[in-house]
Design a binder for this molecule. Structure first.
Ligand code: 13P
Length: 254
């Protein structure tokens, strides 16, 4: 059985007090109302990470994560945050290659491959993001784009290392737009990603990898998305900024 993982990516939202209040409220709701076995990950801005990590515990299946990291271990890289620092703050996950970082910060697949290595070197879990733009989907090159993102960012890994990776499929046209990929569209891509992994590694590796869907996931569409056989969770943006909606998305995962 693959791990089910629901993660909330806060992006650049919530000041420190607001962030801690959100985690406390959501953690209480999930504790009181959720009977399933999904892992839940809070992914706040870096400077909240240590305090957020202290509010939650892995025994309750609650984890924290970072939105980005440096590909260097330490040194003269002003403004950067290493995976060792992230780990020492109590976090377990790191998002790598979110489309906003690819788009606004020019992060390339090669660059992201080095970040994946930095995350794995600290035994943290990378959430490696991939996804096509609307233009790419409309010109029917989305499978090529996804194949390039996945192979260049991840396929240098050994089979053992690959099993530690979580993949998030986030079609850029569905992020923050209110436009969700249909369950059939998302399932088609998730199955495609799994087939790429099987082709490169083997069926055991492909079957073991958690693939999350991201892009306008809400309490209203979560259960249907989660019913698809290859959708193993969600990477939630806007709806993770409110405790009630985030907890309701978690509750939609059986
Ligand atoms: P929204 O849920 O706001 O569309 O954002 C998705 C996302 O980018 C999560 O990383």
């Amino acid at each position: 059985m693959r791990k089910k993982i629901i993660a909330g990516n806060w992006k650049m939202n919530k000041n420190f007090e607001e962030g801690l209040a959100l985690v406390s409220e959501a953690a209480n709701m999930i504790h009181d109302e959720y009977q399933g076995s999904a892992q839940v990950v809070f992914i706040p801005p870096f400077i909240h990470l240590n305090a957020v990590s202290k509010l939650i515990s892995a025994e309750s299946n609650l984890f924290s994560g970072a939105q980005n990291c440096s590909n260097h271990a330490s040194g003269a890289y002003t403004g950067e945050i290493s995976t060792g620092m992230i780990k020492s703050c109590g976090a377990s996950f790191v998002i790598i290659g979110h489309s906003e970082r690819r788009q606004y910060f020019n992060e390339t697949n090669d660059w992201l491959a080095r970040k994946v290595d930095a995350v794995l070197s600290e035994n943290l879990t990378p959430i490696y993001c991939c996804g096509e733009t609307l233009e790419e989907r409309e010109s029917n090159v989305h499978f090529d784009v996804l194949k390039k993102q996945i192979s260049e960012g991840l396929f240098h890994l050994s089979a053992e290392a690959m099993k530690q990776v979580v993949i998030a499929y986030e079609p850029v046209w569905a992020i923050g737009t209110g436009k969700t990929a249909s369950t059939a569209q998302a399932q088609e891509v998730h199955a495609f990603i799994r087939s790429l992994i099987e082709e490169k590694y083997n069926k055991e590796v492909a079957d073991s990898i958690t693939i999350q869907y991201g892009g306008s996931v809400k309490p209203e569409n979560a259960a249907e998305l989660f019913s698809a056989p290859d959708i193993d969770g969600a990477l939630v943006g806007g709806a993770a900024l409110q405790s009630r909606s985030f907890a309701d998305i978690v509750k939609a995962m059986k």
